[in-house]
Write a protein that binds this ligand. Structure first.
Ligand code: ADP
Ligand code: ASP
Ligand code: MG
Length: 440
């Protein structure tokens, strides 16, 4: 079994969806195809949801209408025959009736999440119908029947596997199974999601649940690049990464992968391959356990980081202080990314700011607090780079003209992270590209 995931741009236009069908057909054996919503759809649904929450009903209605128009135009070019086109019309109308019903009701968090799920539900049904028109045998596998998260929003891999395996077995004569990325049920059995970009995570969770041979993430670029191509002009694709390297890059901002994608694949040692839908001949990136000690592999950046410094004379010579600090974050379910300590202060960073005000109040019990928002973590990754001599010299030579707020290294042998003010991000990424990869 191979899992193939196609992202928003890969399904964003009718001709692209047709290409997806060709790529799926060209893959031998059984496969589970995971689709995202058409590009732009989830953003549009977020905006509709925000407007409904804010009581801007007219604005939300006009956004729903323009999204519906987009889908009617899409199916015009997707289907050839009149009968299939009529089915396409019926599918689109059905989803938009549901969206309008959601909008007209008591719009709360629950309906918001249900609204967000419609993008993946439509894209998969349209793809299934397109394969039907082409007389290609396939089945829809509703993600809401097997994908679930617990009360801490963590995927329940064992339960997912327990539900998915019999479903897949019951369809063992069918080579192509299609399912929705991103969406799931939560511990209250309501519709929920795996956070933005979550279709990658769906694919690797499914891969782990059915012990797939490989998970393929098809997107709009030829694999993981050595630096963020949205910010740095000259970047190149990396042919091989270890799970650890890829995991750090995804977690620290390489948007090509949802931050948690690698975790389930690594657990079951399932290779993850990143491929380009627009250029299937490009080798892409293969992510496996294997790696050789090398030099710098890639750089990623994670924005919207808040740095918190806690200064306390009570920390001097005291044990148990860090535990009490960490408990505050644990209590608020807020993960810490970087940490640096001195004898009288501890600095740490978080990216989830939902509970920042209460965290600040609780930390003030320990001493004085300084909070800096709009920080960026720059993460430099390479298999066992920390074992090499001169690594830090090279990094800091590149960053010579940039104020560095915090440094973290030695936590893992594969990564060095630095915290800078967001205003220096572009400069830092370019300087490191030049200093570490000789690319200008
Ligand atoms: P999809 O819709 O297929 O999930 P995404 O937009 O989520 O695609 O991810 C692909 C994008 O990730 C690329 O177009 C690229 O701009 C961005 N990206 C950021 N960092 C990297 C990187 N290091 N390597 C490759 N792509 C990256
Ligand atoms: N459609 C969702 C999003 O835009 C999930 C995904 O594309 O991976 O975030
Ligand atoms: Mg994505």
């Amino acid at each position: 079994m191979i899992v193939l995931k196609f992202g928003g741009t890969s399904v964003g236009r009718p001709e692209r969806l047709k290409k997806v069908a060709e790529l799926v057909l060209a893959t031998p054996g059984k496969k589970i195809v995971v689709l995202s919503a058409l590009s732009g759809t989830t953003n549009a649904l977020v905006s509709i949801g925000d407007n409904l929450m804010a009581g801007n009903i007219d604005k939300a209605e006009s956004e729903i209408a323009s999204l519906e128009k987009h889908y009617h135009a899409y199916i015009k070019d997707l289907f050839t025959g009149e009968a299939s086109h009529a089915i396409g019309e019926e599918i689109v109308s059905r989803y938009f009736i549901l969206m309008r019903l959601l909008a007209a009701g008591q719009f709360d968090d629950k309906s918001y999440r249900e609204l967000l799920a419609q993008g993946e539900l439509i894209s998969t049904e349209l793809f299934y119908q397109y394969l039907q028109e082409r007389k290609i045998s396939s089945r829809l596998l509703p993600a809401l029947h097997f994908m679930s998260i617990d009360e801490n929003e963590e995927p329940e891999l064992e339960k997912i596997s327990g539900r998915l395996k019999p479903l897949v077995d019951s369809m063992n004569t069918i080579e192509i199974l299609i399912t929705q990325g991103y969406i799931c049920r939560n511990h209250r059995n309501e519709i929920d999601n795996l956070k933005r970009g979550g279709s990658d995570y769906t694919a690797s969770l499914i891969g782990a649940a059915v012990h797939a041979e490989e998970v393929q993430i098809w997107t709009d670029i030829d694999g993981m690049h050595n630096n963020d191509p949205r910010i740095v002009k000259k970047t190149f694709p990396i042919s091989q990464l270890t799970f650890d390297e890829a995991s750090e890059l995804a977690y620290f901002g390489a948007k090509i992968l949802h931050p948690s994608t690698i975790v389930p694949a690594q657990k079951y040692n399932i290779p993850v391959r990143l491929k380009n839908t627009m250029d299937e001949k490009a080798p892409g990136t293969l992510i496996t356990e294997k790696g050789t000690q090398g030099s710098f592999k890639a750089i990623a950046a994670k924005d919207n980081i808040t740095a918190i410094k806690i200064k306390s004379s009570r920390m001097l010579m005291a044990y148990g202080f860090l535990r009490r600090v960490f408990e505050v974050f644990e209590h608020h379910k807020t993960p810490i990314d970087m940490i640096a300590t001195s004898e009288v202060a501890v600095s740490l960073t978080i990216d989830n700011q939902a509970h920042l005000p209460s965290i600040e109040t609780e930390l003030k019990k320990f001493g004085s607090i300084e909070v800096d928002k709009d920080q960026t973590i720059i993460c430099i990754v390479g298999n066992r780079i920390m074992d090499k001599e001169g690594v830090l010299t090279e990094i800091f030579k590149s960053l010579a003209s940039i104020p560095v707020r915090m440094v973290s290294c030695g936590g893992s042998a594969n990564n060095v992270s630095v915290l800078i003010d967001k205003q220096y991000k572009e400069k830092a990424l370019n300087a490191l590209n030049e200093g570490l990869f000789a690319l200008k």
